[in-house]
Design a protein around this ligand. Structure first.
Ligand code: SF4
Ligand code: SF4
Length: 291
């Protein structure tokens, strides 16, 4: 069973839930950190760098040879590549074509439509993926290089590495509801939205819920930093939107302390182990998967 853990924004407790759930799975499990912009799951599953399998991930970018481009011969001759690009990654600047790598999606379309074969594709590294094991947990994570803006190929690669395994898999998604999140949840059997008790948290949770409904994914919420009797806009949203609440994780200094020191709470105290085991049991009972 593949469980994806999401949140509307950073800092709600998504990684807290993910690493603890991966830790309390009976037997072997896979933890996948898809937050490739700011991965931090590896801090909870520490190992020597030499024990990690590392692979570089590259993308193809278009390179325009201006001497072959028809624009350089006749300014009205052609702008087919510019017209084709739906991502506005190409612009006509006088008699040449400018490429904006940061918004290019590497679809290869401009290369195909160019009648003068003036465009070639060049592979450039965009980040790395890591594969290693700590105890019973196989850890898959990725990291984008600085100055990169497109992490989907890295996410696709780490999910492909997890594919085919029958082991219970916990996916720690990027925060928010952008295309990187859509990529991260596409194979998930069940999703958990972690929400914090704030107006901002509830607002962003609502966007994630809309995304999950669009993708027709079964999901439920976990309310983190929960204080009994206190105003909780995320809980109100769950009531209004008929969202099942799997668990309310209490606002607890000790759990925050462990988490801030990159320690897995379920491995530190039995009460936290029992709490995350009960969440896992609820998921498996409710949705019939195996963990
Ligand atoms: S590869 Fe695709 S996204 Fe990139 S510039 Fe060409 S058409 Fe645009
Ligand atoms: S499609 Fe080819 S020839 Fe036309 S503007 Fe683009 S690079 Fe130049």
């Amino acid at each position: 069973m593949i469980v994806a853990v999401l949140s509307g924004k950073g800092g709600t407790g998504k990684t807290l839930v993910s690493v603890n759930l991966a830790s309390v799975v009976e037997g072997d499990s896979i933890y996948v950190d898809c937050d490739v912009e700011e991965p931090n799951g590896h801090l909870y599953f520490r190992t020597e760098e030499s024990d990690k399998n590392v692979e570089t991930i590259s993308r193809l970018y278009p390179v325009v040879d201006s001497s072959k481009c028809l624009l350089s011969q006749n300014k009205d001759a052609c702008a087919k590549c510019v017209d084709f690009c739906r991502f506005n990654a190409l612009a006509r600047v006088g008699e040449r074509v400018q490429v904006f790598d940061q918004v290019c999606h590497s679809c290869g379309g401009c290369y195909i439509v160019c009648p003068a074969r003036a465009i070639t594709e060049e592979a450039r590294p965009i980040g790395h993926v890591y594969d290693y094991k700590v105890g019973n947990t196989r850890v898959l994570s990725g990291q984008m290089q600085t100055k990169q803006a497109f992490g989907i190929p890295i996410i696709a690669k780490i999910l492909e590495m997890a594919k085919g395994s029958t082991l219970p898999t916990i996916i720690d998604c990027p925060p928010g509801s952008a295309c990187t999140v859509m990529e991260s949840i596409k194979d998930a059997d069940f999703c958990i939205v972690v929400a914090e008790p704030s107006v901002f948290g509830a607002h962003n949770m609502k966007m994630v819920v809309q995304l999950l409904r669009l993708f027709e994914k079964p999901f439920a919420a976990i309310l983190n930093k929960y204080v009994e009797g206190a105003e909780n806009p995320s809980e109100t949203l769950c009531e209004e939107e008929n969202i099942e609440v799997l668990h309310r994780i209490p606002f607890d200094v000790q759990i925050a302390h462990y988490h801030s020191e990159a320690r897995i709470a379920a491995e530190e105290e039995d009460r936290f182990k029992e709490m995350f085991e009960s969440i896992l049991k609820r998921i498996t009972r409710r949705f019939g998967g195996e963990m």
